[in-house]
Design a protein around this ligand. Structure first.
Ligand SMILES: Cc1ncc(COP(=O)(O)O)c(C=O)c1O
Length: 386
């Protein structure tokens, strides 16, 4: 039996603010009526600001996996080649999905400690003289590792190799947490989800569709029906959806967007950066490692902590859950038992982080993980800086 609030510090789904919960807790309205049209128009426009795009955003009543599938089936044809980078478990899952759809995926291997490598992408594109590769698909913030792909450098790799492939980016765990600029960075197609930086429950996902992706969708031959952009864009123009939308989640989205706007996206990113820095302070002071090997690629939405040899990350997580009622992210795929992940994204503040970091440090001690020192004091000092 636990008292007080549960600490949900997995890297998504994240804590849902009371304001969003209250917004969802309303009678469902007629999704073919005038009140809905206003809601639809408002959230479709609001999402453009979050993606930093002037192009259309599609909202699916689906988890992020649906938006992954939508991105591929709308733009590609059977047998098309896609270049992906093995940043971690989510990149591997996107690849598996693509292969199941009948696409041919070439994977640039990596050690799960880096973002996608722009140099390796460029080398592969330069070698592809006949332009057989139709899309380059990367995960911006790899949620399984806490490594960020430097998207502008990937764009530069495409430009330098004068390759016409579409650039697709998964921002499911970076959107509204880590800076992302779809139009400025020349991203053709962006995938997003509701349950992380947008501070909503799971259940909505997004495709932001640039003009080159839209043009590709006119020629693409993979079968699609539920995911069809064309079906969506018609009714979306007047705020409606071709099938029953997730009305109450859209009430929540309107509120979440209002909160992001009130704080200001740049402040939202700065807050995530500070919290990530304070988190790393605790990890490093304890003499532990973060999984991400390149400081330029540290994630501001989550930190994956590497266990010393002979210590099981899931045991630490279990102790922290039982003793302090805090959920931390498990190691995914080949990282099972080797890392645990601290989510510090979404609806979050300094004291929630302070509590989280105290729980992590106490849990590590209880699990018998040798720590060089305590980083909590240093983290608190960083948080207390003006
Ligand atoms: C980066 C990334 N991509 C894709 C997904 C898959 O999304 P979902 O589990 O909502 O289907 C996730 C889920 O955590 C993710 O973090």
């Amino acid at each position: 039996m636990h008292t007080g609030r549960h600490f949900l510090q997995i890297p998504g789904p994240t804590n849902v603010p009371d304001r969003v919960l209250r917004a969802i807790d309303r009678p469902t309205i007629d999704h073919r009526g005038p009140e809905f049209a206003e809601l639809g128009k408002e959230v479709l426009a609001g999402m453009k600001a979050v993606f930093k795009t002037t192009h259309p955003v599609i909202i699916y009543p689906a988890s992020g996996t649906g938006a992954w599938e939508a991105a591929l089936v709308n733009t590609l044809s059977p047998g098309d080649q896609v270049l992906m980078a093995e940043t971690g478990q989510f990149a591997m899952l996107w690849r598996r999905l693509a292969e199941r759809l009948g696409l041919t995926v070439e994977l640039i291997p990596s050690d799960w400690r880096h973002g996608a490598d722009p140099t390796a992408i460029q080398a592969r594109l330069v070698a592809d003289r006949n332009h057989a590769i139709k899309a380059v698909a990367v995960v911006h913030n790899e949620t399984s590792t806490g490594c960020v792909t430097r998207v502008p450098e990937v764009r530069a790799a495409l430009d330098r190799s004068r390759h016409p492939a579409l650039l697709m980016v998964d921002t499911i765990s970076s959107l509204a947490s880590v800076d992302f600029r779809m139009d400025e960075w020349g991203v053709d197609l962006t995938v997003g989800g509701s349950q992380k930086g947008l501070m909503l429950p799971p259940g909505l996902s997004f495709n932001a569709v640039g003009p080159r992706a839209l043009a590709a969708s006119k020629q693409a031959r993979l079968p699609r029906s539920y995911w069809s952009w064309e079906e969506m864009l018609g009714p979306n123009a007047s705020g409606f959806f071709p099938y029953t939308p997730a009305t109450n989640l859209l009430f929540g989205l309107r509120e979440g967007l209002a909160m992001l706007q009130e704080e200001g996206l740049e402040q939202v990113f700065a807050r995530h950066d500070r919290h990530a820095e304070a988190t790393r302070e605790v990890v490093f002071a304890g003499g532990l490692e973060v999984l991400c090997a390149d400081p330029r690629e540290y994630s501001s939405s989550l930190t994956a902590v590497v266990m010393p040899e002979g210590h099981d990350a899931d045991k630490v997580r279990r102790i922290i859950l039982e003793r302090f009622d805090m959920s931390l992210g498990t190691g995914l795929g080949k990282l099972q038992g080797k890392v645990f992940r601290i989510g510090h994204l979404g609806h979050f503040n300094d004291l929630m982080l302070a509590g989280t970091l105290c729980g992590v440090e106490m849990g590590l001690k209880l699990a018998g993980v040798p720590l060089r020192g305590s980083g909590v004091q240093a983290a608190l000092e960083r948080l207390a800086q003006a």
